[in-house]
Write a protein that binds this ligand. Structure first.
Ligand code: PLP
Length: 388
């Protein structure tokens, strides 16, 4: 398709043709037998993709932010204390949402590009009792990945409900919901799940459902109230239709195709592919002299990268990269947003997309007067991919 720009931002991402076809299918009744089976299977496949065999899945029309709202409105009662392991923009947002429903919120912050370690979390949990601990798996504003597999079990052992905002990680970065003691895992359709924007996907553990059932106060958000949605999810999963709010029929059909594609690849294979592509991208960026925002490789996310503009360049680099055929995203973290840009590499992204992107960045850098030897980024990525 001439004139098309490769979309390499942290969501929405490029979707497969099979997924996009579902968006153009004639919209059917939300209680037609066909759709009931489709929705039911989506709920089952969500458990598999989240690696949450024992959890209650929810698929509701809304964005990732609505998923965060659904967590806070159902699980927080005024006076509950919540701790946010904060790695940037979306940790701040989670804190705002939790306090909107009456939580007393503390933030466990690290420097930009870093994440609090297990000792800092243990200290914080010793200092105060919390009802809920939330963390962002991959922070879209910094490209920092939190070690959820270490931190969530620590919070759980301290008696807290654990919430993971997986919006920029789920189905790309390894996340083992049940095994890692994650009570609520949430994401949105338009990132590594690979479906156009408009769906929130969540899983709730038995402990999270119990906290909801034990509420004294009604949920202050009518649309988000689990009392309204649980019967709907249960009905579709047992293959009967139900109505609370009209499901986003075409998005659910598209989700069905995408979840099937994800499971056909295999979760372990998919996690490994994202690590490999991210490794290749970072090797290429480093060879061009670009410095990444995450403090170390260990904290660098497999689903997106954040890179400082090199000396002598600025945010005009992003439109220059777009002129070279690839769309990337500008900075998001309030304190440093003028200093860096972001590249998404998740979902159906492949080796050639990584190489195209590095090539476009290199040409754009050259157009801004920054010199690095031509082909150095692509070569380093090729060496990485071919194991040299
Ligand atoms: C994108 C994103 C969100 C918000 O999702 P929307 O669909 O834009 O509302 C929340 N958390 C993280 C980590 C994200 O990357």
């Amino acid at each position: 398709m001439k004139g098309r720009k490769l979309l390499m931002i942290p969501g929405p991402i490029e979707f497969t043709p099979e997924v996009l076809n579902e968006m153009a299918r004639p919209t059917t009744s939300h209680v037609s037998p066909d759709f009931i089976a489709c929705f039911g299977e989506c709920l089952e496949m969500t458990r598999e993709v989240f690696l949450a065999p024992s959890a209650q899945p929810f698929i509701v029309a809304g964005t990732g932010t609505f998923g965060m709202d659904m967590v806070a409105s159902n699980l927080i009662e005024p006076g509950d204390r919540a701790l946010v392991v904060n790695t940037g923009y979306f940790g701040d947002r989670m804190g705002d949402i939790l306090s909107r429903y009456g939580a007393e919120v503390d933030h466990l912050r690290a420097g930009i590009g870093e994440v609090a370690d297990e000792d800092e979390l243990r200290e914080a949990l010793k200092a105060k009792e919390y009802t809920l601990v939330s963390m962002t798996h991959v922070d879209t504003s910094t490209a920092v990945m939190t070690d959820v597999g270490t931190l969530a079990p620590i919070a759980k052992a301290a008696g807290c409900l654990t919430v993971v905002d997986g919006v920029c990680g789920t189905a790309g970065a390894e996340c083992r919901t049940d095994e890692w003691n994650i009570d609520v895992h949430l994401t949105a359709s338009q990132k590594a799940v690979g479906v156009p924007p408009g769906l929130s996907l969540l899983t709730f553990s038995e402990d999270a459902m119990d906290k909801f059932r034990e509420r004294d106060e009604p949920v202050a958000n009518y649309y988000a109230d689990i009392d309204n949605w649980l019967p709907i999810m249960e009905a579709y999963e047992s293959r009967s239709g139900a109505y609370f709010g009209t499901p986003a029929v075409n998005l659910i059909y598209a989700l069905h195709v995408s979840l099937k594609q994800i499971l056909a690849e295999g979760m372990d294979e998919r996690f490994a592919r994202h690590e490999r592509l991210a490794g290749a991208f970072r090797a290429g960026a480093a060879a061009m002299g670009l410095e990444m925002l995450p403090a170390s490789e260990k904290e660098a996310a497999p689903t997106l990268s954040a890179l400082y503009y090199p000396e002598g360049t600025d945010a005009s680099l992003c439109p220059a990269i777009a002129d070279e055929g690839v769309m990337v995203a500008t900075g998001l973290h309030a304190e440093i947003k003028e200093e860096y840009f972001r590249v998404g590499h998740m979902g159906d992204c492949n080796e050639s997309d990584i190489l195209s992107t590095l090539g476009a960045i290199e040409r754009a850098l050259s157009s801004r007067g920054y010199t690095c030897s031509a082909g150095s980024g692509v070569q380093a990525a090729q060496d990485f991919l071919t194991g040299k």
